[in-house]
Design a protein around this ligand. Sequence first.
Ligand code: GLN
Length: 298
Amino acid sequence: MENYGHESGTSSCPGNWPIPDLVNIKALLKEGRYQLAGLPAGALEAELLLSEVLRGNRAWLFANPEHSVNEEQRSQFRQWVQRRKDGEPLAYLTGRREFWSLALKVTPDVLIPRHETELLVEVALNSIPEKARWRIADLGTGSGAIALALAVERPLCEVHATDISKTALEVARANVKNVAPGRVTLHRGSWLEPLGGRFHVIVSNPPYIASDDVHLRQGDCRFEPGTALTPGTDGLSAIRTIARAALPYLESGGLLAFEHGFEQGAAARSLLSSLGYGDVETIRDLEGLERVTTGRSA
Ligand code: GLN
């Protein structure tokens, strides 16, 4: 840890009279927790925001309640608290999000990786032997979260990731460089279109919320790129495109695995079956909701 700010100007420095209006960690945390009390995890979020401002972590905050926070840091913290109160996602304020224990950069150009999407990583990993030298594709990679988790867990595999958004790919590029340099090849284009050859595993967390769904007007979704969340009025349209397009790109017996909405399991299964996929199944997330559907090419 470094760069926690300045100790100067505290009452222990008699040369610095008059004492400037210093505020310590304890006081700022109290203020932040109070401001964010309306959020389900407001206290935690205040702690995370202050940790980020001071470039420390929560344990350090708790261990240093009397540490004084300089004016610039105070004003940054107060601005973030206000923006958070106004709904901006924590991850966009701090510019960071953890996914599969990887510290990822996120900006409003990419969907904020969700905890439930780790299920998709888990499902894919269950089908990829540790020593496999397979080709894997992640479609609509956004921050690169899924592709990177797979690349890190299966170092011998060749991982490709696509996204149609140039700005999303810039975020993914930064994450590849920070997390696993050279391990994920990024391609710009729609779903499989920029890819060649065949793949053993194709994964995707595509947009699947129907454009008239009220969720889009709630919480973090309000600030996230619409194209990452909704494919239009039919929530399944991107999934349909991907499932159809993936067939000629899959090795025989290759796996397609994608995330979907909790009410889309039955539709996803019947879609895959009707396209000729075998071993079609849906896996539930930790909340018990249908979240990931998989099928194998013939
Ligand atoms: N799971 C996200 C949400 O419900 C949506 C992600 C997506 O559309 N792929 O907010």
